[in-house]
Design a protein around this ligand. Structure first.
Ligand code: GTP
Ligand code: MG
Length: 180
């Protein structure tokens, strides 16, 4: 969307409860990490400005609730999205399996004109707790899923250690821009 000479990109973050959606966003925008879990209720957004190829881009990042009982988002919420970030926890298999549902649900609600080429980015979060024994989903498995979905970019992240977070969101911005 064009705002005078600026670009506003609407980004929606989806994924199971507890995978670290809020934490990733807080690390990216405020450089803060909180060990305490506080469930997100409904949805809220934060913004971050960045320069890409001499363009000033405003990312409007919508954090959503992973917990079913807090889902209250209508179709209007998804409409106009420029990118969807899917997040799972590399240590919990179930959060990887439900990506399918989040992916489908997004396309159903947002109903983009070209669903095959709609920009998604997948984040495998909490790689810091990967001591070799806790890891449940391999990078290879995640990348295979991304390939099946039309080559979705994939990043392994840690909101806790601030690992790959900036890179991941930069990719989100670029991917969304490229689709404008
Ligand atoms: P909902 O709002 O319920 O959908 O959850 P969420 O996806 O927003 O998860 P949230 O960011 O609240 O994080 C859940 C818990 O995981 C919190 O206790 C965080 O501190 C922790 N957490 C988030 N990211 C990381 C990470 O990268 N590494 C580790 N070790 N813990 C993390
Ligand atoms: Mg949250």
């Amino acid at each position: 969307m064009l705002m005078s000479d600026r670009m506003l990109l609407k980004v929606i973050v989806l994924g199971d409860s507890g995978v670290g959606k809020t934490s990733l966003m807080n690390q990216y925008v405020y450089n803060k990490f909180n060990k305490q879990y506080k469930a997100t209720i409904g949805a809220d957004f934060v913004t971050k400005e960045l320069h890409i190829d001499e363009k000033l881009v405003t990312l409007q990042i919508w954090d959503t609730a992973g917990q079913e009982r807090f889902h209250s988002l209508g179709v209007a919420f998804y409409r106009g999205a420029d990118c969807c970030i899917l997040v799972y926890d590399v240590n919990i298999q179930k959060t990887f399996e439900t990506l399918q549902t989040w992916h489908q649900e997004f396309l159903k609600q947002a109903d983009p004109s070209e669903p095959e080429s709609f920009p998604f980015v997948l984040l495998g979060n909490k790689v810091d707790t990967d001591g070799g024994s806790s890891r449940a989903v391999s990078e290879k498995t995640a990348r295979e899923w991304c390939a099946l979905k039309g080559n979705i970019p994939y990043y392994e992240t840690s909101a806790k250690e601030n690992y790959n977070v900036d890179d991941a969101f930069l990719c989100v911005a670029k991917t969304a821009l490229a689709n404008e």
